[in-house]
Structures are given as C-alpha cells and as structure tokens.
Design a protein around this ligand. Structure first.
Ligand SMILES: NC(=O)C1=CN([C@@H]2O[C@H](COP(=O)(O)OP(=O)(O)OC[C@H]3O[C@@H](n4cnc5c(N)ncnc54)[C@H](OP(=O)(O)O)[C@@H]3O)[C@@H](O)[C@H]2O)C=CC1
Ligand SMILES: O=C(CO)COP(=O)(O)O
Length: 351
C-alpha cells in the first residue's frame, strides 16, 4: 500500500480514551498520555479511583509507575466529556474479545448522543469470538452499524503490556480501511519509544493475533514437556503456515503474516515468558490441569478461541493440525505427549 501521509502534530487537539483498565488498556493509555490528554476507563469504581490516586494499576501492572497526567474514571459520561473537549477523538478498546460486543453496543448509543459520531474506534483484542467464531471486526461491524460515520480499525503487534507501560521500545500496527483512522491512531501513539505502522489488511492483522495465541500454547506445551528448541522452531514455523492458510482463506494478504502482527507477534508470544498463553501451555505440559491454571481469572485468549478458530477453519476446508492438537489437549483430555505423537505421526508432505 502507499505510505500514509505525514503525521501532523496533534498535541492539544487530539483526545484519547482507553476503555478497559486491564494490563494492555493501561499500558496503551500510559503511552498515549505521554503525547495527548488521555483518560482511562475501568468498569470498577474502586479500581478507577485507585489508579487515579496511586498512578499505578496494582491489579494488572503492579510496580509500574503510570504518567501523572493519566486519569482513570468509571464514568462513561466523563469519557464523553473528555473527548468532546478536543477536535479529534480516538477511542481504544482494551477489553478482551468476550467484552468487545458489549463495549461497542455502549458506544453505539453513547457516541452519537454526545456529538461524537465521527470518532475513531480501535480495538486491541486478539481472537475469534468463542460462541460465534467471528473475528473482532465482524463483531464491531454489527455492534456499531447504527453509527456509520465512526471510523474503525484494529491495533495489534508484538507488545507485552508491562514493557510498553514501562516505556520500553515497541512497534505496533494499525489496520483500517480508513486513512483517517490510520493517521489518528498513529498520531495518538507514535512517538518516543512507540512506533506505529499502518496497514489496510484488517483480516490479516486479526488472524495473526488470534492464531499466534494458540501456537504460543502449543510451544508452551512442548517446552513444558522438554521437547527441545528444535520442536519449538518447528511449531513456530508450521504455526505460521497454518495461520497464513487460514488468513488467506478468509481474504487476508499472505505478506501480512511476515509482518509485526504475524511472525512478529508469533515470535514474541511463543518465546517470551511474559506471555500468558505460553505460560498456560508450559503449565499444561508440566501436567497442571487447565481449570487450575485459569482459576485466578488469567486472560489467555488462545484457550478461549482455539475451538472457534478450528470451527472457522473447518468450514473453509483449511487444515490446522497444531490448532487441532491444542484444542484436543485443552478440551478433549488428549494427553500432551499423545498430541506431540499425533503431530509427528502425520504423513510426510511438501513444505
Ligand atoms: N497484555 C498484553 O500484553 C496484550 C494483550 N492484548 C490483548 O488485549 C486484550 C485485553 O488483554 P489484557 O488487557 O491483557 O487483559 P486483562 O485480563 O489484563 O484485562 C482485561 C480488561 O478487560 C476488562 N474486561 C474483561 N472482560 C470484560 C467484559 N466481558 N466486558 C468488559 N470488560 C471486560 C477487565 O475488567 P475487570 O478488571 O473489571 O475484570 C480488564 O479491565 C486481549 O484480547 C489480549 O489478547 C494485546 C496486546 C498485548
Ligand atoms: O498479545 C500479546 C503480546 O503481543 C500478549 O500475549 P499473551 O496474551 O499471551 O500474554
């Protein structure tokens, strides 16, 4: 695609709101607050008050100091008032896939009622919706259909929340059919140690984010079983192949999977121990029951969406052997070692 137009400085004019004060929403809010007036929204009043006063999200990012300029509220009216005070409004959704529909349904009512029907909305969740198999943009299109002037896009890429909140370097991708949304997201976050690239391939970016979580579980399982570095490299590479097959079948561009939101995020999440999906896999490989691992409420989107990914792939006739093996380990009591044998026992074929 052609390079997007140069970004004009928006200081003082662009206002950013981040909905969802989990690890990733808080980290992105911290990054945006270094550049623009930014307000974070938490659904829990006590959590919002604690973040505003202590400048720390003790539940999700303990020990990380947040910018003093970053406020947090549990009031959507306060969010709308904050956005109305600027000339341009960027709303970043930091909720998981399971919360996306409800978050958008709220915005579909609230944004037009507050004169913000032209805002830009970017979601950050990674996965297929568990019950419906929809990708996030399909959820958003339906939930925001009543506000057609809104610009929408997906923000993704290899990005552990803790590192971003600490101000360490990161590269992200905003994918949207709208040049305005791409430029607004870049203006909102690009600067200092944050680089934001643009893409038009929403499907490719979303499929990369969804499938890499499942492959991270597979790599965690292999590492938990001490299968070695060769096994991990094989899973990453063949995982990339199945991610690409599914993405292309859904209309994505194959090149997207060689970028930040495909290979980039796959490498990060399959090898970095900050990954919750990888950690879930490690524990499974070491024999811990899944229910135990998730008992604390840890967000592991690969667990939530593995079955939906597989169903969508089957409907398209796409072969995803690693995703299938992970799904059977998670939900059909297949022993991790038997899953490895199943993958190794497949017929030889062309790469
Ligand atoms: N953490 C990371 O490094 C990254 C995460 N992501 C993606 O971002 C998304 C969010 O992840 P992350 O922030 O880490 O998750 P967390 O578990 O840290 O936080 C989730 C946040 O969403 C809220 N939430 C949870 N369920 C719902 C719901 N059904 N409706 C509304 N709000 C809800 C939670 O509120 P409450 O606290 O009140 O429960 C919390 O504020 C995931 O899809 C993840 O894959 C993307 C890039 C990096
Ligand atoms: O998406 C992520 C990094 O880009 C975070 O990965 P986990 O959800 O596995 O922690």
């Amino acid at each position: 695609m052609p390079a997007p137009a140069a970004i004009q400085p928006q200081q003082g004019r662009l206002r950013v709101a981040v909905l969802g004060a989990g690890a990733w929403g808080t980290a992105l809010a911290a990054a945006a607050a270094r550049l623009h007036p930014t307000l974070l929204w938490a659904r829990d009043a006590a959590q919002a008050a604690a973040i505003s006063s202590a400048h720390e999200n003790i539940r999700y990012l303990p020990g990380v100091r947040l910018p003093a300029t970053l406020g947090c509220t549990d009031s959507m009216d306060a969010v709308y008032a904050h956005l109305r005070d600027g000339d341009q409004a960027l709303i970043i959704l930091g909720v998981p896939v399971a919360g996306l529909q409800a978050a958008c349904a709220g915005l579909a009512l609230g944004l037009p009622a507050h004169g913000l029907g032209h805002a830009a909305v970017a979601w950050t969740c990674k996965g297929f919706e568990a019950d419906t198999g929809r990708l996030p943009h399909e959820v958003v299109a339906q939930a925001l259909a009543a506000v057609p002037a809104l610009g929408t896009g997906v923000l993704s890429g290899p990005s552990f929340a803790r590192e971003v909140a600490q101000g360490l370097p990161v590269a992200l991708t905003i994918a949207s059919p709208s040049a305005d949304v791409r430029e607004l997201a870049m203006a909102g976050l690009h600067g200092g140690n944050v680089r934001v690239y643009a893409s038009q391939d929403v499907v490719g970016v979303e499929v990369g984010g969804a499938v890499k979580n499942v492959i991270a579980i597979a790599c965690g399982i292999a590492d938990g079983l001490d299968m070695g570095a060769n096994a991990r490299a094989a899973l990453v590479t063949r995982g990339l192949a199945e991610m690409t097959r599914l993405g292309v079948a859904l209309g994505a561009q194959a090149e997207t999977f060689a970028g930040l939101t495909g290979l980039g995020d796959l490498v990060l999440t399959t090898t970095g121990d900050l990954s919750r999906n990888r950690r879930a896999g490690l524990e499974i490989g070491r024999g811990r029951p899944l229910a135990d691992i998730l008992a604390g409420g840890m967000t592991a989107e690969g667990v939530r969406c593995a079955r939906a990914t597989l169903q969508r792939a089957r409907a398209l006739g796409v072969d995803m052997p690693i995703t299938e093996a992970v799904s059977r380990v998670l939900f059909e009591n297949l022993a991790p070692r038997d899953a490895v044998q199943l993958l190794l026992g497949r017929e030889a074929g062309f790469e």
